[in-house]
Design a protein around this ligand. Structure first.
Ligand SMILES: [Fe+2]
Length: 177
């Protein structure tokens, strides 16, 4: 299922919203990737891209906040750190999938029936893909709704600085595609 952008997530009808939409498009790329080829490499690369572009986005969102002396800047900075650490941990788990022990699939009631045997490499990738996709459905969206929306009253004052920034998708980030 796709992660949907919704109007109530709008903050500035400009740079910040477009950054968020681009990050959601990368998350959807992950969710829509077929995991059944038995290798986590493509999924790991999409998370590398998500990590790189999220880092750029958080850095410039905080620069915009500094430009308007945003009241919640310290708390917001810490939340960004927590989000990046959570993503890093998921990313590392996927990267080391081949070396991790096989868990008992019977303990996972959400596991769909059918599909490849969970003890095989293909089965493990399918299972990890589903779990990471579930994680991504909440990861950034919850932050946008609970925290980023507080920036809305400052959006107008952020505009002069935001105008000098390139769209996120035009930025070059190191990605091992
Ligand atoms: Fe944020």
């Amino acid at each position: 299922m796709q992660i949907q952008w919704r109007d109530e997530m709008a903050i500035d009808h400009g740079l910040i919203d477009n950054d968020h939409k681009y990050l959601i498009s990368i998350m959807n790329e992950f969710c829509e990737t077929d995991p059944t080829d038995g290798s986590p490499d493509r999924l790991v690369n999409i998370l590398s891209k998500l990590n790189a572009y999220t880092t750029i986005h958080f850095r410039r969102e905080e620069a915009l906040q500094r430009s308007v002396h945003y009241s919640y800047i310290d708390a917001h900075h810490h939340e960004h750190g927590d989000l990046l650490r959570a993503l890093y941990s998921i990313h590392r788990g996927l990267f080391s999938l081949d070396a991790s022990p096989v868990e008992d699939e019977a303990e996972d009631p959400a596991a769909p029936s059918g599909g490849p045997d969970p003890a095989t490499p293909a089965g493990r990738v399918v299972r990890a893909h589903r779990k990471v996709a579930e994680f991504l459905h909440h990861w950034l969206i919850d932050h946008i709704i609970k925290s980023d929306l507080r920036m809305k009253p400052y959006a107008r004052d952020m505009l002069p600085m935001a105008r000098g920034m390139k769209p996120l998708k035009q930025m070059s980030a190191w990605v091992d595609d």
